[in-house]
Design a protein around this ligand. Structure first.
Ligand code: FES
Length: 117
């Protein structure tokens, strides 16, 4: 997990997307951790798709930024839930219904922008 410095209040573009990181900085197998407008966010690339999601675990608000990430799967440090980052669904426990909360992505001019809503 690589922490990433971003502006506390990044500029909005005309569609209210917020600039996060350069597209070239997002790599397969690596999570970037950042806080934007008070929202803890993780960004990575899985199967060549950029994914941005809340670092707050949907089970009981654990800090996913302190979890472990391997081959597109993230384990929460609090109760061990495992999520598939491509889909957001839990792999363990199997019958759990909570999902990762994704943010919409816009790739524009070599940067990754997200919509916080
Ligand atoms: S808070 Fe993440 S598994 Fe419980």
């Amino acid at each position: 997990m690589r922490p990433f410095e971003t502006k506390t209040n990044p500029e909005n573009d005309s569609d209210n997307h917020l600039t996060t990181v350069k597209l070239a900085d997002v790599k397969e197998g690596e999570l970037l951790s950042m806080t934007i407008s008070g929202e803890p966010i993780l960004i990575t690339k899985v199967n060549n798709r950029i994914k941005a999601f809340s670092a707050v675990c949907p089970h009981a608000a654990g800090d996913l930024a302190k979890g472990s990430y391997y081959k597109g799967r993230i384990d929460c440090p609090d109760h061990g839930y495992r999520f598939e980052v491509l889909t957001g669904r839990p792999l363990w426990p199997e019958d759990e219904v909570c999902r990762l909360r994704f943010f919409k992505i816009l790739e524009e001019n070599g940067v990754v922008k997200i919509l916080l809503s």
